[in-house]
Design a protein around this ligand. Structure first.
Ligand code: ADP
Ligand code: MG
Length: 229
């Protein structure tokens, strides 16, 4: 892992307890650890966001970026499938208006639109006694309503990570479901092991979330990320 990148970043943001890294900051750490993340550009102004949109290409995704907003869609800060500059500009104005109304610090995150895939989640919570528990599950209702997740305490090897992936009740979804191709289990295992490495390397991280990680027939992609110090 290019731990220097992550170390500099963590030192740069300070390690105040409860400090929440934005999606953009969190994904820099994921990228440094070798986890595939979306292409994205942070923009301060609407004009910068439009310039970033031209680089990323349409359709794209626009999100609010703010240390004060942990759940971006609850805030009304996630716009997917924007088709052109006009739609981007409108979405950015909406975000700006809302952020100004709430008096929060904010920027725009202009992001590539990911292909549809299976929503997964990989995360970790550091327990003072047991250390960083690793969590895997399917995204959405599987986790939120059915509580269908598997948990391990590192160190774990590849085989253990594979058992972790296979043991959720929703495992049949991983093998192809309703005409969907089977997912790339090895790529999912890679992400779980890399998250374990991040948590072991950086003790200042108390919580880490990739939700969702999109799973494909070939590869995975982190489209959202959150790190708490
Ligand atoms: P939140 O902070 O609310 O969790 P997310 O970044 O996870 O915000 O975005 C909410 C949802 O929008 C995701 O669960 C995913 O379904 C969709 N989404 C987010 N980013 C992308 C993207 N780059 N491409 C496609 N869909 C996305
Ligand atoms: Mg999310």
């Amino acid at each position: 892992m290019q731990s220097k990148v992550a170390k500099n970043l963590l030192e740069g943001v300070g390690t105040g307890n409860g400090r929440v890294l934005t999606e953009y900051e969190s994904k820099k750490i994921f990228r440094a650890a070798g986890i595939p993340v979306t292409e994205e550009i942070l923009a301060e102004t609407i004009e910068d966001a439009i310039a970033a949109g031209a680089k990323i290409g349409y359709p794209l995704v626009l999100k609010i970026s703010s240390p004060d907003v942990r759940h971006k869609s609850d805030f009304g800060g996630v716009y997917v499938g924007l088709r052109d500059e006009a739609e981007l500009e409108l979405a950015a104005s909406n975000i700006r208006e809302q952020a100004l109304a709430e008096g929060i610090e904010f920027a725009f995150l202009v992001q590539e639109m990911a292909e549809a895939g299976q929503e997964l989640l990989v995360g970790s919570k550091r327990d003072p006694t047991f250390g960083p528990a690793l969590i895997f599950g399917l995204g959405g209702v599987f986790t939120e309503i059915l509580d269908d997740v598997s948990i391990r305490i590192p160190p774990i090897d590849r085989e253990e990570a594979r058992r972790m992936v296979r043991e959720i009740k929703g495992a049949p979804v991983l093998d192809g479901f309703r005409g969907m191709p089977p997912l790339d289990i090895e790529a999912i295992i890679d992400v779980i092991l890399k998250v374990a490495t991040i948590m072991e390397t950086f003790e200042a991280i108390t919580e880490l979330d990739i939700n969702p990680l999109l799973g494909y027939e070939k590869g995975v992609l982190a489209v959202d990320g959150l790190i708490v110090l």
